[in-house]
Design a protein around this ligand. Structure first.
Ligand code: NAD
Length: 475
């Protein structure tokens, strides 16, 4: 258990997930042995490898955990952080299993982590470490299009995924499906359009769906819809930045943004792209001209708002600050941002928590689309775009003839447009997030489950049980 966890929770991170699992198991009648199998991590690979940094040899600690093999390949991101430890990677791998089940992505859960601080290690050395980590995974058969497919997570992005692919290809040359060994790659390296922003966009779709349900909005005393809702976002990285952008574009008001070095606040709303530009230019969100600075970044979570989106790290809402949280809705964009004790406090306060195992599943959903693209070796829309455009143009011509009315060139352009890859990816993501939300909500209502998190776990566990039963492992 890390020092921080000790301070904020009586549980290790993995215990937190077990506790949530056990709460859900009360609603499932199946033999305990199968539940124990679903809960356990199937394979944990802890490694140490040497890397020459400058004139010194440094020993790097790293992990890959495959939580479940009920469906293959396994899937899950790789995290670079000094806080990486076995308990954390095991927990994040378990979350991936439940997440994939909820959004019908046919993978088992996995996660990886390297204990480094990417902010202090040079790019050259990050590349060396990434390539060495990949070759360790290859040696132990812990990576491959049908085995285990990593993706980005905290501290990693397209650049690292590209290096992983290149290392895999150089050691497995001739593997025609090598592109599918990792997702979250740049588009020029076999990535899919829409992956970078997918997790943030999924968070947006999930919260938007909740805000459209009158019964739920009445429960927390808010109007239906996103327009005008006051939002606070913690973490302006990949997930937080994109979520903030989509909320802002939809007419919500981003009143505060919190980063490591502090938070910024403006009751009237922050222009997210301007803040991001300021961050890029100055290296910090602080001193943004149209906002007030808050030196204690954690205090930003406690400001008056409608929706709070933690999008940085785990355990940020705990027993010591939960009572001071004023948000009516919390959308868990990060993995595990609320400890079990805080969960109970917030539930008593009547806060709606949209759980991580559903809300941040947009990333793995679009990773799944990327994996399919890589295995089929063709860009989405390539075969049907022009065909659809031609069909639509013919249809418009028939309509013009029947109605004896001309449709303008501009209107024709809009109506007859064929689907591009980004359109197909986004519509697949939107549909997945809308369906996932209603499946969880319907189950919560029909089985009288106390909250969305437990309902999401019940949904996931039932799907995994079904899969094990169909496999014939448990006759
Ligand atoms: P990232 O590294 O791109 O961004 C994280 C941001 O949080 C950084 O800007 C960092 O400076 C900030 N941060 C760190 N500590 C902070 C603190 N104490 N207070 C405020 N800000 C802080 O990481 P990411 O990919 O955006 O991941 C964020 C969370 O979302 C993680 O929990 C990750 O597991 C989860 N997640 C990510 C993805 C994905 O596709 N990237 C998918 C699902 C879940």
């Amino acid at each position: 258990m890390s020092k921080n966890q000790n301070k904020t929770s009586a549980y290790s991170f993995f215990n937190c997930i077990e506790k949530n699992f056990d709460k859900a198991a009360r609603f499932i009648s199946i033999e305990q042995g199968l539940l124990d199998q679903i809960k356990a991590c199937n394979a944990v690979y802890r490694m140490h490898f040497p890397v020459k940094i400058g004139k010194e040899i440094k020993v790097i600690e790293a992990y890959r955990v495959q939580h479940s093999h009920h469906k293959l390949p396994c899937k899950g991101g790789i995290r670079y952080s000094m806080k990486v430890n076995q308990d954390e990677v095991m927990t994040l791998a378990a979350l991936m299993t439940y997440k994939c089940a909820i959004v019908d992505v046919p993978f088992g859960g996995a996660k990886g982590g390297i204990k480094i601080d990417p902010q202090t290690v040079s790019i050259e050395n990050i590349e060396k470490i990434t390539r060495r980590y990949t070759s360790e995974l290859i040696k132990k058969n812990f990576i491959g299009p049908g085995i285990d497919v990593p993706a980005p997570d905290y501290g990693t992005g397209e650049r690292e995924m590209s290096w992983i692919f290149d290392t895999f290809l150089s050691l497995r040359s001739g593997d025609v499906d090598a592109l599918a060994c990792v997702t979250g790659k740049p588009v020029s390296q076999g990535g899919v359009r829409g992956r970078k922003e997918a997790t943030g966009l999924g968070v947006f779709y999930g919260i938007r769906e909740l805000c459209l349900v009158k019964e739920d909005m009445d429960y927390v005393g808010l109007d239906v819809g996103l327009v005008g809702k006051k939002i606070i976002i913690q973490g302006l990285g990949n997930v937080g930045y994109h979520a903030a952008t989509f909320f802002h574009e939809a007419g919500a008001i981003i009143i505060a943004l919190a980063e490591r070095e502090g938070a910024i606040y403006n009751e009237k709303g922050l222009n997210v792209s301007k803040v991001f530009l300021h961050l890029k230019n100055t290296g910090s969100i602080l001193n943004f001209p149209e906002a007030k600075n808050m030196e204690n970044t954690e205090k930003a979570l406690e400001l008056e708002c409608d929706i709070l989106i933690p999008a940085a790290l785990e355990n940020v809402i705990h027993k010591n600050n939960a009572n001071r949280i004023k948000a009516k809705i919390i959308g868990e964009a990060a993995n595990g941002p609320i400890t079990p004790e805080a969960d109970e406090i917030l539930e008593k306060k009547g806060v709606i928590i949209v759980p991580d195992i559903y809300l941040n599943a947009g990333g793995v959903t679009v990773s799944y689309f990327e994996w399919i693209k890589n295995l089929s070796h063709v860009r989405y829309g390539r075969m049907e775009k022009k065909f659809s455009e031609n069909m639509n143009a013919e249809l418009l011509q028939v309509i013009e003839t029947i109605c004896k009315k001309k449709i303008s060139v501009e209107e024709k352009k809009i109506i007859s447009r064929g689907p591009r890859e980004i359109d197909l990816v986004r519509s697949g993501l939107e549909d997945t997030m809308i369906n996932g939300f209603h499946k969880i909500r319907d189950l919560k209502k029909s089985s009288k489950i106390e909250n969305m998190r437990t309902a999401a776990f019940v949904l996931a566990i039932n799907k995994i049980i079904d899969s094990y039963e169909k496999l014939g492992i448990f006759p």
